[in-house]
Design a protein around this ligand. Structure first.
Ligand code: HEC
Length: 219
């Protein structure tokens, strides 16, 4: 485990401790009556606090465009995901798949499926390259996300993606995630709570399909 990983793990333990035992009250946390764990430092908390919300909140300060992203992507991602995001062997494809979501063989890529560019940033920074998670810099991550968005025809190659605009990119399948919630106390998509006649009957509009992944019984 690297020094940073150790530090982060230690941070998690102490965050968990503070949360469960002291409900985040700094006064109680200071006292540590059981003398267990240690108080998470701001640096440790920052190591864990890497989520980027759909609206872009939490995106680290940085920027990058697709022109610069090509080299980083080729170096760090193409061996599995293909030079153009088309996928090598069985690794996931990251580009293409438009118009396939409702078909028998949906191709779910960052372009055809993902609802937010900010989630791409979060996932890629958090989890990729596979086996070397969190080794990209903030700017490299912006460059790569810009490159993927560009290959999916969502932004131009010189568009500067940054922490201010990443929550505003319009993704092709954004509407695919606007799922109406018929519960009376839930907000409707428009933001207005349903007040009358809200008990919408459930209607089955799709069924699980045979995706043929279960091996035949040889005997
Ligand atoms: C060693 C192979 C490998 C490398 C290198 C790699 N990935 Fe991945 N990638 C994977 C695997 C495996 C998954 C599926 C992980 C899972 O589902 O838990 C994945 C999933 C993804 C996904 C989600 C795909 C989807 O729609 O579900 C994205 C986006 C992604 N990778 C981007 C990247 C980027 C960007 C890089 C370079 C910084 C990168 N990957 C490098 C193997 C790799």
């Amino acid at each position: 485990m690297s020094g940073l990983a150790k530090q982060k793990k230690a941070g998690l333990l102490s965050i968990g401790f503070v949360l469960t035992q002291f409900s985040f009250s700094p006064v109680f946390a200071e006292q540590r009556p059981f003398n267990l764990g240690s108080i998470a430092t701001a640096e440790q908390v920052a190591g864990w606090d890497i989520d980027v919300r759909p609206d872009g909140l939490g995106a680290p300060i940085g920027a990058g465009n697709a022109i610069d992203g090509e080299a980083v992507y080729t170096d760090r991602c193409a061996s599995c995901h293909g030079d153009f995001g088309e996928a090598v062997d069985n690794w996931p494809a990251l580009v293409g798949g438009e118009g396939t979501l409702a078909s028998h063989d949906p191709v779910k890529t960052t372009g055809s499926y993902w609802p937010y560019a900010s989630t791409m940033y979060d996932y890629i920074y958090r989890a990729m390259p596979f086996g070397e998670a969190q080794s990209l810099t903030y700017n490299e991550t912006y460059q790569i996300v810009a490159y993927l968005l560009n290959m999916n025809d969502i932004i131009d190659d010189d568009y500067e993606l940054n922490n201010k605009n990443i929550g505003k990119i319009e993704m092709p399948n954004h509407a695919g995630f606007l799922i109406p919630d018929p519960r009376p106390d839930a907000q409707s998509i428009s933001g207005d709570p349903c007040m009358n006649d809200c008990n919408v009957p459930t209607q089955i509009i799709g069924k699980a399909r045979d995706i043929d992944v279960t091996p035949e019984n040889e005997s």
